[in-house]
Ligand binder design. Sequence first.
Ligand SMILES: Nc1nc2c(ncn2[C@@H]2O[C@H](COP(=O)(O)OP(=O)(O)OP(=O)(O)O)[C@@H](O)[C@H]2O)c(=O)[nH]1
Ligand SMILES: [Mg+2]
Length: 446
Amino acid sequence: MYNSIAAIATAHGVSSISIIRVSGDMALSIANKISKLEKITPRHAHLTSLYNSNNELIDHAIMIYFASPHSFTGEEIVEFQCHGGMIVAQEILDTILSYGVRLAEPGEFSKRAFLNGKIDLSEAEAISKLIEAKSVDAAKILAKQMKGELKLFVDESREELLRSLAYSEVMIDYAEEDIPDDIMQSITTQLNSLSAKMEHIVDASHRRRGLIEGFRVAIIGKPNVGKSSLLNSLLSYDRAIVSDIAGTTRDTIEEQVRIGSHIIRLVDTAGIRESEDMIEKIGIERSISSIEDADVVIALFDYSRDFDDEDRKIFSILKSLEDKHIIVALNKIDLKQKLQMPESNNFDIVKVSAKKEFVKLTEKLEKLFDSIGEGEELMLISARQIEAVTKAKHSIDEAKTPLLDGELEFFSYHLQEAVKYISSISKPYDSEEILDKMFGEFCLGK
Ligand SMILES: Nc1nc2c(ncn2[C@@H]2O[C@H](COP(=O)(O)OP(=O)(O)OP(=O)(O)O)[C@@H](O)[C@H]2O)c(=O)[nH]1
Ligand SMILES: [Mg+2]
């Protein structure tokens, strides 16, 4: 049995309502003391006065009791929905703490829900990410995962692996005889298909990572093409210094902006060119690493100037990029055209004026993010989940050779490893450390 814990679950600041949560054995007796109600019905919204330990009125508020085990944590829970602002909520919390309850750690309610078997780890992770979701699509994916979609995949994969393991255990007992071809064939087919499925899920999760974390969009180009002007226009305020001196931006600048239903991270970079200046050189190195970190690259070219060697350099960088969405934007179309882009390109090109007219670019971005969000595929939402599936797939692939060579002990060993890795998505094998790290990243009161 754990100590009783409490926390304010809503955000700090002015609001119409704040929620305070208490979980643990003391929850109900504290509800009795604070409300002075003797009979508290589970799952009933009691409208009641709340008092501090000096018997002074704090608020007139809603109080709901969830009896164990039918609560989020599985323990006794009482929630107070009081008037907003921090004073009332803090006074209720202080009163609760004065009765011997401990302040909860971040994520401790979810950790208890996990430890009490109310949710598995993939569901807990989905809750934590949902709170910080950066797009409507992400929220949909996370809601499905909260309802156990990933857990189902883990359970089914484990079942399949255990079935293959069972076959091999039987065959080990009949070691003298050759393994029947049809059984071999069926195990191999099953493992191949599971391995392919896992690979697909990992690839799709990488590709769609930005849905959860916010897509990173880097604006690149040679100096003076209007990168900072574009950043400012997309942000609707003058965040970056703009001037007609080439090399104005020295360091990368990152800001969040909303495009359609997505909150993205927009990065303005130093213009890329050959430079002897120490500081500018470091800035340019940072531009290059921003390209590597980005999901989407917007490459700007100056419509009013000739295509030169510096543009050619940008062009060759673009051609070397794999796995990135590239949008080529020709900027300054309010001026007379001089630019001729090289014939040999099949980039997605859009013409804009960072200063005056860039709607086509935002529409293109919105469409791109929407299209990445589409699809019903299962998605892994954390580095931990991706690592677990990658390792499970690797172990399955490792198991194939010993199976073909009739080395069934090795085959079993690798499959057991695969089972261990895939199961770790729901339940880690080296628990305490992982749990503390994971739930520590949660919001307070969750
Ligand atoms: N006419 C016109 N001028 C523009 C447009 N966009 C930017 N400029 C001008 O181009 C110059 C360079 O703009 P910046 O936004 O500083 O260019 P940058 O690419 O960030 O340059 P560096 O930081 O030096 O790499 C400024 O004088 C801007 O006012 C545009 O759409 N039309
Ligand atoms: Mg700039």
